[in-house]
Design a protein around this ligand. Structure first.
Ligand code: NAP
Ligand code: GDD
Length: 383
């Protein structure tokens, strides 16, 4: 008999990778997806199965974490062995604009799932994974951060996730539920949301190198993050739910890097060297040199002459609108427990992640540019 998993946030970055991973392990996967006025299933379209397919093993349900009745009905209908609660308003900066909604979806949404499992008498059957976050450490009280490090959240997002973390622990202790928190540090991929800093950078750098954009505006270039690859991190989620005893785990690489250095690494993928000058809002990044051989190989010879004219020009600037009212300056995790207890071992390091993201975005932007010019030609033809 195949195991049954329910994934909330199935259309998100992690939801897509986890779905792929569990389907390969022969699971039947039920996914909760929001109704949207335009298609929001891009990341899982390659896995989609038509509702008329016999014996489907990926089934999508409309739903929302703010709707208790809907959550309870779906859990009742699907009777999952494992629930991965990945759905959330996951953007830290946006949570300052939508604090009440964030608390409802990210905080109370977790309670709705736990309580539904309890009310339906599934406490002994359904194991629950809660997508907790390194944002809980916020104004860090210890370096590196581990499972025992005190929390100090710095945004409405992190405060909502703090509630979700503790209500998960509480239901585990009160009702003997197999409910665990994965305290995941930042993890990225070629399908990372476009407004998180890494993807914003890899998209913009690709566009700059292809002549589609002049420069990129960023916020705090000195923030440091412990970045891993989402493909590795969903494996940790799975491992957490395979343990006999539920518990909470830090999932991280143990290496931290400045946003500024991520920018340099992204440009270096195309052989472009960036130098930074100035401080704070006046800091600028400009093109110091271009390795033509690498550029031709990774980006394409036809883009080189346009790129060469940008030498010494500013391609990175700071816009204070991206600063946060309260910032998390430094995150670096200690993954000792997850490595020793779960046997979790990531395949990607940061250079591997940057290469994967840049390769994806250069390809994507070339296609976008081609479609645009193709679209223009077709319009002319009909005119
Ligand atoms: P993501 O790409 O932003 O995906 C979030 C998912 O949640 C999307 O499918 C989104 O649907 C869905 N969603 C949002 N609000 C919802 C609601 N009210 N009801 C139902 N679904 C809702 O996030 P991610 O990077 O995959 O992260 C997955 C989870 O891990 C999140 O809970 C995030 O907070 C947490 N986390 C992420 C990281 C990281 O670095 N990526 C680190 C630690 C923790 P739409 O597609 O319709 O928007
Ligand atoms: N988004 C964004 N845009 N961030 C910027 C920018 C910019 O233009 N410029 C600098 N940054 C800085 C932010 O201030 C922050 O310090 C850092 O880059 C990372 O920002 P994000 O990529 O937006 O991620 P995050 O760390 O705030 O949150 C992500 O990771 C958390 C885990 O620590 C999200 O995925 C959260 O959902 C997740 O919990």
């Amino acid at each position: 008999m195949s195991k049954v998993a329910l994934i909330t946030g199935v259309t998100g970055q992690d939801g897509a990778y986890l779905t792929e991973y569990l389907l390969k392990k022969d699971y039947v996967v039920h996914g909760l997806k929001r109704r949207s006025s335009s298609f929001n299933t891009d990341r899982i379209d390659h896995l989609y199965q038509d509702p008329h397919t016999e014996n489907r093993n990926l089934i999508l349900h409309y739903g929302d974490l703010t709707d208790s009745l809907n959550i309870t009905r779906i859990i009742q209908e699907t009777q999952p062995d494992e629930i991965y609660n990945l759905a959330a308003m996951s953007h830290v900066k946006v949570s300052f604009d939508t604090p009440e909604y964030t608390a409802n979806a990210d905080g109370i949404g977790t309670l709705r799932i736990l309580e539904a499992v309890r009310l339906l008498g599934l406490s002994g059957k359904s194991r629950i994974y809660q997508a907790s976050t390194s944002e809980l450490y916020g104004l860090v009280q210890e370096v590196p951060q581990k499972e025992t490090t005190p929390f100090y959240p710095r945004s409405p997002y992190a405060v909502a996730k703090l509630y979700a973390y503790w209500i998960t622990v509480n239901y585990r202790e009160a009702y003997k539920m197999h409910a665990s928190n994965g305290i995941l540090f930042n993890h990225e991929s070629p399908v990372r949301g476009e407004t998180f800093v890494t993807r914003k950078i890899t998209r913009a750098v690709s566009r700059i190198m292809l002549g589609m954009q002049e420069k990129i505006y960023l916020g705090n270039l000195s923030a440091r993050r412990d970045w891993g690859h989402a493909k590795d991190y969903v494996k940790a989620m799975y491992l957490i739910l395979q343990q006999d005893v539920p518990s909470d785990y830090v999932i991280a690489t143990g290496i931290t890097t400045e946003v500024r250095d991520f920018v340099k690494m992204a440009f270096a993928e195309g052989g472009v060297e960036i130098a930074f000058k100035g401080e704070g809002a006046d800091e600028r990044g400009y093109i110091a040199s271009i390795d033509e051989k690498v550029f031709k190989e990774k980006v394409g010879g036809e883009y080189l002459s346009a790129m060469s004219t940008k030498k010494d020009k500013v391609v990175v600037a700071v816009d204070p609108q991206y600063f946060r009212p309260t910032e998390v300056e430094l995150l670096i995790g200690d993954p000792t427990k997850s490595k020793s207890v779960l046997g979790w071992n990531p395949e990607y390091d940061l250079p591997g992640l940057v290469t994967d993201m840049m390769t994806g975005d250069i390809k994507l932007m070339k296609r976008e540019s081609y479609l645009r010019s193709g679209g223009y030609r077709i319009m002319n033809y009909f005119e």
